[in-house]
Design a protein around this ligand. Structure first.
Ligand SMILES: O=P(O)(O)OC[C@H]1O[C@](O)(COP(=O)(O)O)[C@@H](O)[C@@H]1O
Ligand SMILES: [Mn+2]
Ligand SMILES: [Mn+2]
Length: 336
């Protein structure tokens, strides 16, 4: 549908596979979160990752897709499941898949907030095949999209962000991963007058919180994983927010890898370059409690999950609260 038709702005763009797969994709992250939740707070990162990955792979295989993993758990020789290049499903929709079965493995193993299971799907070529390196990131909400620049001094970006959100720099809260490498960035953001929220892990959910209004955080700054940058880009695109990222080559081996993958070390990659797809489905289910998504809440006879699933072309942002009942016949009272 084109032109200024009735209801323009809420019409589907070209939602074919999205319509078929939005809810199915939510089921995949729900399943991974439920499996990983068994290991919350047990101090075993490998068990957390293993459970999430296995469940996610099995559920992806059951979808009506012919999928190819472009962002995964590593290369084939280092990851037994959901490795980059792995093919999943025998259905009809040809898709590229980006996964992080457990984003925030350490926090999940410690029972701390903001562990989640994450997936993005697109048509073939719709998600950048990013190397597994660090990425310098700037994430801003919809009103500041297109108005900031990762190349500018941080003070300039804060000032534009404050203007865009019609407030003072002092009213901004900026999320930054609590890492030694960010000491200077943290100092400068504070000196500019903005407040800082330091997080231990999990810059995907931090990006989601920036993209959604009312969470009280206004930007994400600093470096994190490049695969997480692509996943965040898929989400920001669905939300109308923006991510800018620059791939960081820490050594010559990585620099060579960039060349072989066609990645430009000096370029700022924007949302649309990281996630160029015209159809994108993004889904995240909380494993441990967070400000945006509740974690998995287990009770006798079942568990409850909280998911954010979105379709870019179909223009839907769904928060899904699901009760999963065990099939052993237990009587469970569902609460609102
Ligand atoms: O801990 P580092 O090396 O600074 O890396 C940061 C990256 O790790 C994470 O905190 C956690 O990722 P995983 O749990 O998937 O390993 C990401 O959110 C972030 O992008
Ligand atoms: Mn991760
Ligand atoms: Mn992970």
């Amino acid at each position: 549908m084109t032109g200024k038709g009735k209801g323009q702005g809420t019409q589907a763009r070209t939602g074919s596979f999205e319509h078929a797969l939005v809810l199915e994709t939510a089921r995949v992250t729900e399943g991974a979160a439920l499996a990983a939740s068994r290991w919350v707070g047990m101090g075993d990162k490998n068990a957390v990752d293993g459970a999430g990955t296995e469940a996610m792979r099995e559920l992806l295989n059951s979808l009506d897709i012919r999928g190819r993993v472009v962002i995964g758990e590593g290369e084939m020789d280092e990851a037994p499941m959901l490795y980059i290049g792995e093919e999943l499903g025998q259905g009809q929709y040809e898709v590229d898949i980006a996964v992080d079965p457990v984003e925030g493995t350490s926090v999940t193993a410690k029972g701390l907030p903001n562990g989640l299971a994450v997936i993005a799907l697109s048509e073939r070529g719709g998600l950048m095949h990013a190397p597994d390196c660090y990425m310098d990131k700037l994430v801003v909400p919809p009103p500041a999209a297109g108005r900031v620049n990762l190349d500018w001094p941080v003070e300039a970006n804060l000032s534009v962000l404050a203007q865009s959100l019609e407030r003072d720099v002092e009213d901004l809260l900026v999320t930054i991963l609590d890492r030694e490498r960010h000491a200077d960035l943290i100092r400068r953001v504070r000196q500019a007058g903005a407040r800082v929220k330091l997080i231990g892990d999990g810059d995907v959910v931090a990006s989601l919180a920036v993209g959604v209004r009312g969470t009280g955080v206004h930007a994400l700054m600093g470096s994190g994983g490049a695969p997480e940058g692509v996943l965040s880009a898929a989400a920001m695109k669905c939300l109308g927010a923006e991510i800018q990222g620059r791939f960081i080559a820490e050594d010559d081996a990585m620099r060579e890898r960039f060349v072989s993958m066609g990645v430009d070390e000096h370029k700022i990659y924007k949302t649309d370059e990281l996630a160029p797809g015209s159809q994108i489905v993004f889904s995240a289910t909380g494993i441990t409690y967070g400000e945006l998504l509740s974690g998995v809440r287990r009770f006798g006879g079942g568990a409850r999950t909280h998911t954010l699933v979105m379709g870019y072309a179909s223009r839907v942002v769904r928060f899904i609260d699901t009760v999963h009942l065990e099939d052993d016949g237990a009587r469970v009272t569902i609460r609102v």
